[in-house]
Design a protein around this ligand. Structure first.
Ligand code: C2O
Ligand code: CU
Ligand code: CU
Length: 492
């Protein structure tokens, strides 16, 4: 018998209650039977003709640590004019070798499972053209970017098949680790799951003097959970919350040779649903940055938890281990990446005791309540009791206003449902969590915050820079796809 709560809480699942909502085009891509498109605007699952059998979840990985962790290549601008760097990428179906010897069909920006890395500079604008060569609408959102609404990849503002679109990113923000991903409404979870994601890094000349590790010692690492079927196809099911494979820069359990010195690792959890809990074999991870850039001061961690879409820049000093040592990064599911200390290297990097002072927090003049909940009967995900409606404005905000939002996850039933709250346009500060000061690594600028069942988190932000309409939502994209998304309008 199907128990609805299992759909959300994450039990194993099969049978007729599971309506497959993958789009026909994408199911064909995955080699599976065609489903039917789901309802619009966040209604519950549609009625697919036949649920796909759940795959075994034991793909042919070939064993741990046999493949090198690749680095997503940094894109070169196609031209630079008037101080603006221009890029152009197709959005295409392709295949990628996620598992050794297997070509897995994926969706991609620029023909790669992890799209080209854009390395921008603080204060210098970037413009990116995307040409949609998929058979379905898609779009691009720069997550954490301070961007005009028409360039933000609003869920209803998609690039139709065969069309292209230019997004402009002013980069008027401090250095940080951003990422870009699809945000096309109701298909965002599946699109991102199948590969529509990439890094967007902002380098900040003002941070040079800190001498954090840079160049080849500054390594972006995208972690994301996945499930494969026996043939090595990505298996997407919006209610499958048991995704056993954590891909690391698009590989299963790779290794990465490092020198015995400090590295800056830019960790991103690009999972559509799962939270990652990471440990590094007893080596401390010194967190220097979070979603919106550098923390005020470094935070030494032995364990790091990242909700979907959260980032952590950590400095790891591999000189604490001898050449020849192996250091395994473990996630709660098991080992995910092995660093092999293969050589000595000079190191004049450091981690200063103070990294930066955060911008002052003006007095907050508006309080809002944001309640995240799940209707276990309809399997709808709600904000303040409502489903996403693109024709409704949920919050009207005066430009320049500083506001305090209390976000509460009331999903404590049936063992609880996690949520992770994301605001577009701004970076916020976490004021408190359940009335207590936030963890030291949550004291920087953030755009995404994890909200455990029963938690109440207050955040404060100043809404300025642009007027217009932006979304806020749960970044468990299966939840936003099923309605846990709302809109704010910034007005004069
Ligand atoms: Cu990562 Cu609405 O975004
Ligand atoms: Cu975003
Ligand atoms: Cu959620």
């Amino acid at each position: 018998m199907i128990n609805r709560r299992n759909l959300l809480v994450g039990g194993a699942l099969s049978g007729a209650a599971l309506a497959v909502t993958a789009t026909p085009a994408l199911n064909a891509l995955a080699g599976g039977p065609p489903g039917t498109p789901g309802g619009h605007h966040g209604h519950g699952p549609g009625h697919g003709p036949k649920p796909k059998p759940k795959p075994s979840g034991t793909p042919p990985t070939g064993g741990p640590f046999r493949v090198l962790m690749p680095l997503p290549p940094v894109a070169a601008p196609i031209r630079t004019r008037g101080g603006v760097d221009h890029y152009s990428f197709p959005i295409v179906q392709t295949t990628a070798e996620l598992l050794p010897g297997v070509r897995t069909p994926v969706l991609s920006y620029g023909g790669r499972f992890i799209g080209p890395t854009i390395r921008a500079r603080a204060g210098r604008p970037v413009s990116v053209e995307y040409r949609n060569q998929l058979g379905v609408p898609a779009n691009v959102h720069l997550h954490g970017g301070h961007v005009a609404p028409e360039h933000d990849g609003h869920p209803m503002d998609v690039i139709k098949p065969g069309k292209s679109r230019v997004y402009e990113y002013p980069n008027r923000q401090r250095g940080t680790t951003l990422w870009y991903h699809d945000h096309s409404h109701h298909t965002e979870a599946e699109h991102v799951f199948r590969g529509l994601h990439g890094f967007y890094l902002i380098d900040d000349p003002q941070e040079r003097h800190l001498r954090l590790p840079e160049g080849q010692y500054d390594v972006p690492i995208m972690l994301r959970e996945s499930r494969f079927d026996e043939k090595g196809n990505l298996y997407f099911d919006p209610f499958d919350f048991d995704r056993p494979v954590v891909l690391v820069n698009g590989r299963s359990q790779p290794y990465f040779p490092v020198a015995a010195r400090r590295y800056r690792l830019r960790l991103l959890n690009a999972s559509t649903h799962g939270t990652l809990t990471l440990r590094l074999d007893g080596l401390p991870m010194v967190q220097v940055g979070s979603d919106g850039g550098l923390l005020p001061k470094p935070v030494r961690l032995t364990e790091l938890t990242l909700g979907p879409a959260e980032r952590a820049d950590v400095v790891v000093d591999f000189s604490k281990r001898r050449v020849g040592s192996k250091v395994v990064l473990e996630e709660a599911r098991g080992p995910v990446l092995r660093f092999d200390v293969t050589r000595e290297a000079r190191d004049n990097s450091r981690v200063p005791d103070t990294l930066r002072s955060l911008p002052p927090m003006p007095k907050s003049t508006v309080n809002r309540e944001v309640v995240l909940s799940t209707d276990f009967n309809t399997i709808e995900s709600l904000i303040n009791g409502k489903l996403w409606d693109p024709n409704r404005i949920d919050a009207t905000i005066r430009h320049g206003a500083t506001e305090t939002w209390r976000i509460t996850n009331v999903d404590t039933d049936f063992g609880g449902v996690n949520h992770t709250f994301h605001l577009h346009l701004v970076q916020f500060r976490v004021l408190d969590r359940n009335g207590r000061p936030p963890a030291p690594n949550e004291r920087g600028l953030k755009d995404t915050v994890f909200i455990a069942p029963g938690d109440s988190v207050r955040v404060q932000a100043t809404f300025s820079g642009f007027l217009g309409r932006y979304v806020y939502h749960c970044h468990m994209l299966e939840h936003s796809a099923y309605g846990m998304m709302a809109q704010m309008q910034i007005v004069r």
